[in-house]
Design a binder for this molecule. Sequence first.
Ligand SMILES: [Ca+2]
Ligand SMILES: [Ca+2]
Length: 118
Amino acid sequence: MEKKKFVIMLKIVLLLSLPKLSLGCPSKKQSIECFYGIADTNSDGHITGDELSQAISKHLPWWQWKAFDLFGGIDRVMKDCDANSDGILTAQEAYDMDKTCLNNCFKKSAVYHVFNCK
Ligand SMILES: [Ca+2]
Ligand SMILES: [Ca+2]
């Protein structure tokens, strides 16, 4: 009886922690696909500065704007991900800029959560 309870508890704990673990650090591909799917509002495969700022102001809760500004805001995203500095982001550039664009778990998770990716 005690053992059975323990196994049930363990299953509950696992069930509760699994979704969190998988959301903890999405892959770069997942983050990029989600971000481009949402921010590219006219679906031309490019994200302009305007599309980026609209996507962020629409999805980022107001109380996180300050944190985003401290992080460097739109300029920082452009600097990190716009490989040819033309002010337009493409998914390919995001992959090319491997050292700066979505290069850590924090950035990937932030994108994933802000844009409500699934
Ligand atoms: Ca676009
Ligand atoms: Ca570019």
